[in-house]
Design a protein around this ligand. Structure first.
Ligand SMILES: [Zn+2]
Length: 174
């Protein structure tokens, strides 16, 4: 009887170990796929400004957290920044990183604050397949927070439309 008990112990111990190993292998194999898909990519990389999910929840409003940390999208025509006409800078709501100048803001008629050019080095991009086809996701270069997307139907001189979530930004007048 004591032998039976110990055999069972070994088996129950060994089984989760094998599963754990398979999980690790599975995770390793999935990594290139994740990097290619890009949606989680930006936040998997390390950025100069970095906090745990719990800490981000404390630092951001629920709306900011949903967009910046969870790739959410605000409802169109809801952001006060949409109609902001003053001269100034649009900053990342998470860390104050200046993202866009008011000089590159324009009305894209989409209901989201839109710009034709970001400030130098302010943003990074990755490809996201969240709605089934590839889109270029835009995030803050300092904290990796999701800001919106960039499309190729913008005005001159760049032809780009940086379609931003107003809730992911704050405005600082000059
Ligand atoms: Zn940021």
């Amino acid at each position: 009887m004591p032998n039976t008990g110990s055999k069972t112990d070994i088996e129950t111990f060994a089984a989760p170990t094998r599963r754990t190993l398979l999980t690790w292998l599975g995770a390793g194999a999935a990594l290139p796929v994740l990097a290619a898909c890009g949606s989680g990519d930006a936040q998997a990389r390390s950025f100069p400004v970095s906090y745990s999910e719990t800490e981000w929840r404390k630092r951001l409003t629920p709306a900011q957290f949903a967009i910046l940390r969870k790739h959410g999208t605000e409802r169109p025509y809801t952001s006060a920044l949409l109609t902001e006409k003053r001269a100034g800078a649009y900053l990342c709501a998470a860390d104050g990183n200046p993202l866009f100048s008011s000089r590159t803001k324009y009305d894209s008629k989409t209901g989201w604050p839109s710009f034709w050019k970001p400030l130098k080095g302010a943003i990074g991009t990755s490809t996201d397949y969240k709605i089934g086809y590839p889109r270029t996701e835009v995030h803050c270069a300092r904290c990796g927070g999701h800001l919106g997307h960039v499309f190729n139907d913008g005005p001159k001189p760049t032809g780009k439309r940086y379609c931003m979530n107003g809730d992911a930004m704050t405005f600082r007048p000059t």
